[in-house]
Each structure stands twice: as structure tokens, then as C-alpha cells.
Unconditional design. Structure first.
Length: 328
């Protein structure tokens, strides 16, 4: 049995699809759907069960002898969410409780952290799991803080010699894009946003720079296709001896202008870029540069190459965004 919390979400549903493609037949999704089209992310899947998030602890307890892996992807991932109590309840306390159950019963656990924990990047993007290194990071929003709190909780458990899950890995996802993110609305990656702008207006809007040293559209991020993210999780599933906190990015930062050009090219359009002012509410919390340091994951044994930006965008646009059915 494999449990995927947040299994109807963006990364979670792609993981579920990959597990099913590998022949896994006992997959339980833990998620909440609401009234939008999030259900379509799982419409093609054959699932053993779908469980509401509040029932996850009873699920783990009652099936503890049958569980092969818990992939904990569930969280409030909206970086603009201002209800801190709500974020902490979902992202921090739920994660701690699942961790403690996994440790108590000797279960395997892979959980989603985030590159947002690095804040403005002034302390670099090294996935050093030591308490001292983690203490230097300053997240910029409640979502990032909740993920950082849990990374530090895990580091403290390791340092104190507490009981640990049989396998544990935290994954600091960088800027992930790919199919099954349309339900995220304004929080989806810029690839479908650019695709929609180009299809409707013939042009793409990029933020002007409000920081010296960065040209308009020259803000750089580590963009990674969701298939590459899933490959890392499947590799961890196949390698139960690997534990740790790992960055999951390409290790190659590219500009938003590069990304826009890749979308235009995939759509067969000539680039037409409009630069707009960044909202003032974002300016003091905006990451101008992210780039994953990937040495730790590579040293742990993950050797598969990642798609470059142009390959990933072309795959996403041609196979999904430009298709009648955009869902995996």
C-alpha cells in the first residue's frame, strides 16, 4: 500500500499517475476536492481509496502493517495565504503528527519541503540539513515558514537521536511546472499563464525589475518539469537506504524571459513581450534568483539527467496545454 497525501494536487497527482504506470495497484489518495475541477487531476486513475485529510491518522494507524511508503505532499501551498494559524495547522502540525506516526511504526516517509524556505537567497541554496545551516534561513511568507519549521523539527529529531521513520527524505522543490496544475489558479506556474496570455492576447506579460543588477524579465529561477520531480521520488521509493534533506531542481537558473521565449517557440509564435510593474505588495518578498545546489542528491546516487527548460516547456505545451485534454 502506498499513501499519497495531497494526491489530487499538482505534484501529488503526477506521482499517482507514475505509480500506476509502474503497476502499483494499491494507492490511497488523501485529499480534499472542493467544488472546482481539481478532481480531473485523478479522473484517469484507478485508486484503491480516497480519504479525507482529517482521517489520515486513523488510516495510517489501521493499515500500519501494510504501508510500503507515505508520500506526504499535502499542504496549503498558496504563498499569499495570510491566515497563519490555518497554514500552521495544515502544514506544520499535520506533518509533525504524520512524522511521529511513521517513526513510531517504522514506516517510510518522503515529504514535500520547498525552495521557498531559502527566503531571498542571501544565504545561498545549499540543502545543508544541519541545525546551524537551517537557522540561518529566513522565509518570506507563512507558507515558507511552515515548511521551514518542519525541516527544523526533522533536523532536531535526528540530532537528539529520536526514533526516526525507517526511511525519511525531505524534498525542497524549486519552481515546478507541468500538467495538472490548472486548479491552482493564480498560484499555477507561469508556463500556463504565458500560454493563456499568448493565446488570448498574442503577447506575454513579465514583471519589470525593481532591483539593481536584474534587467526587466531577467529575474532567474530554477524551473523544473514535474516529471523530473516525480523521477526523484520514485528513485527514493526504489532506494530505501537513502535518507536526508535534498534540493530538487535542475541546478541551472534561467530567466523569465527565457521561459517566455520557450513558450512562444513551443506555440509556433513570434515573441511579443510586455513588461509590467510588479505589485508593491510583492516587491519586498520577491525572489529574484533561485538555483538548486544539487550535489547532495547526486552524491546520494541519483544520476538521471533533468530536462532543460526548452525541453520541459515544449513537452508541457504540446502534450497538454495545446491539447483538447490538458490533464495527465
Amino acid at each position: 500500500m502506498i499513501i499519497v497525501t495531497g494526491g489530487a494536487g499538482f505534484i501529488g497527482s503526477n506521482l499517482v499517475a507514475a505509480l500506476e504506470a509502474r503497476g502499483e495497484s494499491d494507492i490511497i489518495v488523501v485529499d480534499r476536492f472542493g467544488g472546482d475541477d481539481k478532481w480531473r487531476n485523478l479522473a484517469k486513475r484507478d485508486l484503491a481509496e480516497i480519504v479525507a485529510p482529517e482521517a489520515v491518522f486513523n488510516l495510517i494507524e489501521s493499515h500500519r502493517h501494510e504501508i510500503d511508503m507515505i508520500f506526504h505532499m499535502g499542504a496549503i501551498s498558496t504563498t499569499t495565504e495570510r491566515d497563519v494559524d490555518l497554514v500552521l495547522a495544515n502544514n506544520w502540525r499535520t506533518s509533525v503528527a504524520i512524522w511521529e506516526q511513521a517513526a513510531r511504526h517504522g514506516l517510510r516517509l518522503v515529504y514535500a519541503s520547498s525552495a521557498a524556505t531559502y527566503g531571498d537567497g542571501s544565504h545561498g541554496f545549499d540543502d545543508d540539513p544541519s541545525p546551524a545551516a537551517l537557522a540561518r534561513l529566513v522565509p518570506l511568507n507563512p507558507y515558507a515558514w511552515s515548511k521551514h519549521l518542519f525541516d527544523r523539527r526533522v533536523a532536531r529529531a535526528f540530532r537528539r537521536g529520536e526514533s526516526l521513520p525507517e526511511q525519511w527524505a525531505g524534498l525542497k522543490f524549486f519552481n515546478v511546472f507541468g500538467p495538472n496544475e490548472l486548479h491552482k489558479g493564480a498560484q499555477m506556474s507561469v508556463v500556463p499563464q504565458f500560454h493563456r496570455q499568448i493565446a488570448e492576447l498574442g503577447s506575454a506579460r513579465l514583471f519589470k525589475s525593481h532591483r539593481h543588477g536584474f534587467a526587466d524579465g531577467g529575474q532567474r529561477r530554477d524551473f523544473i518539469h514535474v516529471d523530473d520531480v516525480v523521477d526523484v521520488m520514485l528513485w527514493l521509493y526504489d532506494n530505501p537506504g537513502v535518507n536526508g534533506l535534498f534540493n530538487v531542481g535542475t541546478g541551472d537558473a534561467r530567466s523569465f524571459l527565457d521561459l517566455a521565449h520557450a513558450v512562444f517557440n513551443a506555440m509556433g509564435r513570434e515573441p511579443a513581450i510586455e513588461f509590467v510593474d510588479m505589485p508593491e505588495t510583492l516587491r519586498d518578498r520577491y525572489q529574484y534568483f533561485t538555483e538548486a545546489r544539487m550535489q547532495r542528491l547526486r552524491a546520494a546516487g541519483f544520476t538521471r539527467p533533468f530536462m532543460n527548460l526548452e525541453q520541459g516547456v515544449s513537452d508541457y505545451v504540446t502534450r497538454y496545454l495545446g491539447a483538447p485534454d490538458p490533464y495527465k
